[in-house]
Design a protein around this ligand. Structure first.
Ligand code: BG6
Length: 478
């Protein structure tokens, strides 16, 4: 509970929930970390994270109320005594604050530590609930590094927690704009009739970041863009975009649809032709010089890990047969943007002089996940004047304009769902396994192959353009 994720996201999100009055009255937070800190120091660390990272305004009384409920246990992950102290601490909280034996364990730890932490939790009795109380475990990706290791991790988890008590975080599912995808598709009559291979030419899902890997070489080297974000975030976006309407938004119904569509996803037949990967080189971005990936702090200078990956996937079902889904993700690209673009076929006939439609692209519906949250529809309109000239225009919905309240952070929603035990936004092990099943052949194919460099601030390596060009298509330049 003292790493980057905790400081930047989890702790501020807890404060924001407190500030919005959404935390249960019996909430308490116990930090457990290897650092030899006092409670006072941990409280200071939480305070600093809150002041720096909270989305809602700082309110001293909210903070004081939260601070009163913070505890800290210091110990290494294999130290049974420390876990016994943790057990004592939560027992005291049951008495003092009324947590009533309900505890969620958020394993914000390196994946290599999962087995030992889980076994210590189990040995100290912490994983077992009694008298109608609950015990839950929250884990963050990476859920293994391929299908085999994902299954191994699940075995370790299942030995200690029941499947319904395991909450796997994919923070993209906590984003408002991602949930809005379901509202857009299933609350409206306008889009769904067009949402199939009769009308859709292809779909592009982009997750572009302008930052590099920063100080995360230890995590990122050997992982790369495909394992880091395609296996989870992008395939979840694909599943929500392509799935059938669920019978309800209950966990079982929603997950069943995601599983069904992920089971129908097929990777490229020719992996060289329909995938691309690259590493950012040194250069300039945002007016400042930036390191190349291999020169980043702590990087192996011979690493062939990719910082950009693009993949064509196909979905073998009646709705989507013949409609490619192109996924791309990368660091140090032109700008930070995540979007899902559903690109429609050209009208079957254009009764215009060809010159006058030369500026007309394909119609598109773009779900802007971030940072400029909203939805755009692109279509052709007549340019003003005496000639019948048509070119692309856009129609926009922006969260910032339509609503006065700003969107909660993904972790606010997800942490709250863990506390109330509401699982729809947490992927199942089966989804994790299907995602690896899709990616594994591609990752194996890439393994050990030379890797292209790309310029910081560009849109990735040349091979990314080539894989679209062979299909007669182009990536969007968001
Ligand atoms: C994480 C990845 O899951 O998502 C990071 O590990 C990435 O590499 C991050 O930077 C991006 O999250 P967001 O919410 O800023 O798009």
């Amino acid at each position: 509970m003292t790493g980057d994720l905790a400081r930047n996201k989890l702790l501020p999100a807890i404060y924001d929930l407190a500030n919005r009055g959404l935390l249960p009255p019996s909430f308490a937070l116990t930090g457990f970390a290897r650092r030899d800190w006092t409670l006072e120091h941990f409280v200071d660390v939480v305070h600093e994270s809150v002041v720096k990272g909270a989305r809602t305004p700082y309110v001293e009384s909210t903070w004081q109320e939260l601070a009163r409920r913070i505890r800290f246990v210091s110990g290494s992950f294999d130290d049974q005594d420390a876990f016994d102290r943790l057990a004592d601490t939560v027992r005291e909280l049951d008495e003092e604050i009324g947590t009533e034996g309900n505890h969620a364990f958020y394993l914000s730890v390196p994946p290599s530590s999962f087995p030992v932490v889980l076994s210590r939790l189990s040995q100290s009795g912490l994983s077992k609930s009694a008298n109608g109380s609950w015990r839950r475990v929250v884990i963050e990706k990476p859920f293994g590094s391929d299908l085999q290791t994902a299954k191994e991790l699940d075995e370790v988890l299942s030995a200690v927690f029941a499947p319904e008590d395991v909450f796997r975080i994919d923070h993209y599912l906590g984003k408002e704009t991602v949930q809005n995808l379901m509202a857009l598709r299933f609350a409206n009559q306008l889009f769904e009739p067009l949402w199939n291979s009769h009308w859709v030419d292809h779909v592009q899902i982009t997750m572009a970041e302008d930052i590099g890997i920063g100080t995360r070489a230890g995590y990122y080297d050997g992982i790369g863009a495909a394992r880091d974000v395609i296996q989870n975030h992008l395939l979840q976006l694909l599943a929500l975009t392509a799935m059938e309407e669920p019978a309800s938004f209950e966990a079982a119904a929603l997950r069943a649809e995601k599983i069904k569509v992920l089971s129908a996803v097929r990777g490229p037949r020719d992996i060289d032709l329909h995938t691309a990967r690259g590493q950012y080189g040194a250069g300039w971005q945002g007016g400042a010089p930036v390191n190349g990936f291999l020169d980043e702090d702590g990087m192996n200078p011979n690493s062939t890990t990719e910082t950009f990956a693009a993949i064509r996937l196909d979905i073998e079902n009646r709705r989507w047969a013949g409609v490619p889904f192109y996924l791309r993700a990368g660091k140090r690209l032109g700008r930070r943007v995540t979007e899902i673009a559903v690109v429609f076929k050209r009208a079957p006939h254009l009764p215009f002089d060809p010159v006058s439609t030369s500026q007309l692209g394909l119609n598109a519906l773009v779900i802007r996940v971030q940072p400029d949250e909203g939805v755009t529809i692109r279509f052709g309109a007549k340019t003003p004047g005496t000639k019948m000239e048509v070119r692309d225009v856009t129609m926009d919905f922006g969260y910032g304009h339509a609503f006065t309240e700003n969107s909660p952070e993904a972790y606010e929603r997800l942490l709250l769902d863990v506390l109330i035990g509401d699982p729809p936004l947490f992927p199942l092990q089966r989804e994790v396994e299907l995602s690896w099943q899709i990616l594994d052949p591609i990752l194996e194919h890439w393994d050990g192959q030379p890797i292209e460099q790309y310029r910081p601030g560009s849109w990735g390596p040349d091979s990314a353009e080539r894989m679209m060009a062979v299909d007669g298509r182009e990536w969007r330049r968001p």
